[in-house]
Design a protein around this ligand. Structure first.
Ligand SMILES: NC(=O)c1ccc[n+]([C@@H]2O[C@H](COP(=O)([O-])OP(=O)(O)OC[C@H]3O[C@@H](n4cnc5c(N)ncnc54)[C@H](OP(=O)(O)O)[C@@H]3O)[C@@H](O)[C@H]2O)c1
Length: 253
């Protein structure tokens, strides 16, 4: 049964965003979903109270216009969730500018483009939730992940700032940090992914965290989170000894 709450998920056409959209809709939310591929959005929206609003997060006007359209159609936005990302492994030293640009433009600047118009809307309606999927990959600089890992670190830092600043406006900022989850994003990985989770399991933990707690950080699975946080706080000589082991072995050795 409808609960009158409205969620908007950018990146709702696949993976974690799509699974969160399904869970929220099944719990009575009306859900708006965005992404570039219209056919993916339509597939996710089928037979549920889910509504596609296609956009590209590199287009700030499209984001602002989409917020207006969602509010015109559904009245408000109780929860905005940014679940879009670009990811490509980078070989050591191959900091291809074009790849780097796409990843920063999507993962970090996409959130910045969403921030002003969404915060303005949340303020107008008296509050709401501003949630972003970062990653445990943002806890420290992961080898082979230069662009992706640094955007996730920047997001964690940015969201910490926003949490403090927006609390007095009754806007709850959430930082979601999953470990490895099965999705289109991880399908391209050719390395071992410890504690790999099913998409729906990740979505359950996110929805439980967003609807059943006030915590800033929604991070899982616990073993992965503690492993990454422990590595983060190791003294640098030990830290670099360990991260060097994450590099692929050079051919011929
Ligand atoms: N899977 C994991 O192991 C894992 C772990 C930690 C964090 N995360 C994070 O979880 C979030 C969801 O990822 P996922 O694993 O579910 O991967 P996914 O299935 O690839 O989802 C990413 C979504 O982002 C959308 N997107 C990408 N570029 C976009 C753009 N320029 N404009 C609008 N939408 C765009 C894609 O849709 P279109 O291509 O149709 O635009 C896609 O639906 C991401 O923030 C990711 O970094 C994932």
């Amino acid at each position: 049964m409808a609960n009158g709450k409205i969620a908007w998920i950018i990146g709702g056409g696949s993976g974690i965003g799509a699974a969160v959209a399904h869970r929220l809709a099944d719990a009575g939310w009306t859900v708006a979903i965005s992404g570039r591929r219209v056919e993916k959005l339509e597939e996710v929206a089928k037979d549920r109270d889910i509504h596609p609003f296609p956009l590209d997060v590199t287009d700030g006007h499209a984001i602002a216009d989409t917020i207006k359209s969602i509010v015109a159609a559904h009245g408000r936005i109780d929860l905005g969730l940014f679940s879009a990302a670009a990811w490509q492994p980078m070989e050591v030293g191959d900091y291809d500018f074009k790849k780097f640009h796409t990843i920063v433009d999507t993962n970090l600047l996409g959130v910045i483009r969403m921030a002003n118009p969404l915060i303005a809307q949340l303020e107008r309606q008296g509050g709401g939730q501003f949630a972003v999927i970062a990653s445990v990959a943002g806890y420290f600089g992961l080898p082979r992940s230069a662009a992706y890992s640094s955007t996730k670190a920047a997001l964690i830092n940015l969201l910490e700032t926003m949490r403090t600043e927006l609390a007095p406006k009754n806007i709850k900022v959430r930082m979601i940090a999953p470990g490895f989850v099965k999705s289109e994003l991880t399908d391209k990985n050719d390395f071992p992914m410890p504690f790999l989770m099913e998409t729906d399991d990740a979505a359950k933990r996110i929805v439980d965290g967003l609807t059943g707690s006030d915590s800033f950080e929604i991070a899982f699975p616990r073993r992965m989170v503690w492993l990454m946080k422990t590595i983060r706080f190791l003294p640098y000589p030990v830290f670099f000894w360990l991260t060097a082991k994450m590099l692929p072995k050079e051919k011929g050795r």
